[in-house]
Design a protein around this ligand. Sequence first.
Ligand code: G1P
Length: 272
Amino acid sequence: MIKQAIIPLAGLGTRMLPLTSVMPKELMPINGKPNLEYILEECLDAGVNEFIFIISKNKLSIKKYFYNDNFYKKIIKKKKDKRIIQEYKKIKKYKKMIKFVYQNTPKGTGDAVLKCQKLIKNKFFLMLLPDDLIIKQNCSKEMIKLHKITKGSVIATKRVERKTVSRWGILSLKNKKKSYFQIKDVIEKPSIKKAPSNFAIIGRYILSSKIFGEIKRLKPGQGGEIHITDAIKNLIHKNNNFYANIFKGKYLDCGTLRGYIDSGAQIYKGRK
Ligand code: G1P
């Protein structure tokens, strides 16, 4: 059973400057709601209700967003506004589900995952990168379904334009079926020449707790960071089964300013 989700939130958000100089990108609203709430909703709908947020001391406003009980209480006392009461209840519900760990130096997603080791209870857990929103079809739900069938780890994937492969982790595949395949190998941000396919990793992973040991053995990779992709690569080479779920939903890239603006427009359009 997959009940826990890790959400790395300690990134600097440099692709979204200047906005992120004062506000974490994960709290920036998309059609009136922080990016992060879309991620939480996806998890809850997939039956995952324990969250581990990896934040940094520079991003304490993320914690505050869920810990502002007194602020709400004061307002509700003065003004019995139905909408505010509803928002308060929602935030309080989330607060109970979230634990916080800290990554104060941005040393990569692998390092962030390692900070959660002590809090992980089961063999498998979910990880979601909040830059990547997937709408219309619940990707986490699809992945949990595939995990139940294969009993292996699962990564979300979609085909990207060949000229963009060096922006992503890229998968090499075997035994391709209609909606999934087994992963033969993975390479983080390859050159066009070295990319084994144009199936890119999108930020949803079902990982086994074996990943922690593997991360500990890693040396810093590209850009001096500890990459989760490198730990995954090593597990695959040690014959651990990884499957790629070719998700059905629509991918929105919220990690760049252009993508963020488009995401808002797409979600707005979808709701009309
Ligand atoms: C990360 C991963 C990469 C993946 C991407 C998806 O990269 O390292 O493998 O394809 O997320 O968004 P980042 O966006 O942190 O550069």
